[in-house]
Design a protein around this ligand. Sequence first.
Ligand code: NAP
Length: 293
Amino acid sequence: MAKVGWIGLGNMGNPMSQNLVKAGHDVVVWNRTKSKADEVLAAGATWADSPKEVAEKADFIFTMVADGPTLHAVAFGDNGYIAGLSAGKIAIDMSTVSVAESVKVNEAVEAAGCKLIRGPVTGSTVLAQSATLGILASGDKATYDKVLPLFESLGANQFYVGGADEARVLKLAINTMIATTMQMEAEAVVLCEKAGLDVGQVTEVIAGSAVGSGICKYKASTITEGTYPAAFSVKLMMKDLDLALDVAKQYGVPMLSTSLTRQQLAAAAATGREEKDFAVLTEVLEDASGYTR
Ligand code: NAP
């Protein structure tokens, strides 16, 4: 069994780290807010006082944090995990960050005589809990092969997509489709609601229809209930679309739907919904349409 370190115990990191404990690994964790470690510690993990200590105690060091600046905050500095690396260890970042942010971490990890696997994920908290995430990985192939058994404890679908930061771009591209799908569903749902149809039936029919992709299925209940607790927040989705639109600018790809959906997420944030699930786009459109449930 492997000595695994885990940094970042948010909505995703918490269930993912617990799955590694369940798989029998020796897991050491750190999170900025220590109380969020209660569950994984109760499951059998141990606590480290800093990201540096995590890297000193583990051979595989996972990070699953909010964004690029946070990844840099836990990687660099006196207490960052890179200060705790020794040659031969493997770092794996599963957060959604930009290529530029990732390159900077990779350079520092390699300078410490180690390798970095980029392993962003598709799927939400429900799939994190059931260990059925999709994992898009890139980086050194021989290193990936060593990490694969750990990935198999976290996800059902494994994709190795290249030797460097390819997984970062693919992850952002997929999230543009996920976000625009939620905007499309918002438009369909509010249209039907105003025409007098039942929201629960509408989301059920959409989920079972030709356009009923995974995301329509996972979000059907929260749209029906209209409560929107964050599985994936508006704030994080805005971050991802901003990163995707930067890539689009770099390669000269006009991304119309993504740009419009980004604006509607801004409307969600500006009306106090930044910490809600991004499926709250339906509620934003209900307001804009003068519709109250
Ligand atoms: P989250 O619940 O907001 O958790 C964010 C994590 O980052 C927490 O551990 C948080 O620590 C930490 N963090 C934030 N700012 C920090 C700082 N300044 N210093 C140190 N730690 C900091 O996010 P999540 O939903 O788990 O998402 C994690 C990553 O996975 C993101 O990159 C996201 O885009 C990606 N992702 C999410 C989903 C999803 O459905 N949620 C799906 C696919 C990919 P605290 O606990 O102390 O706040």
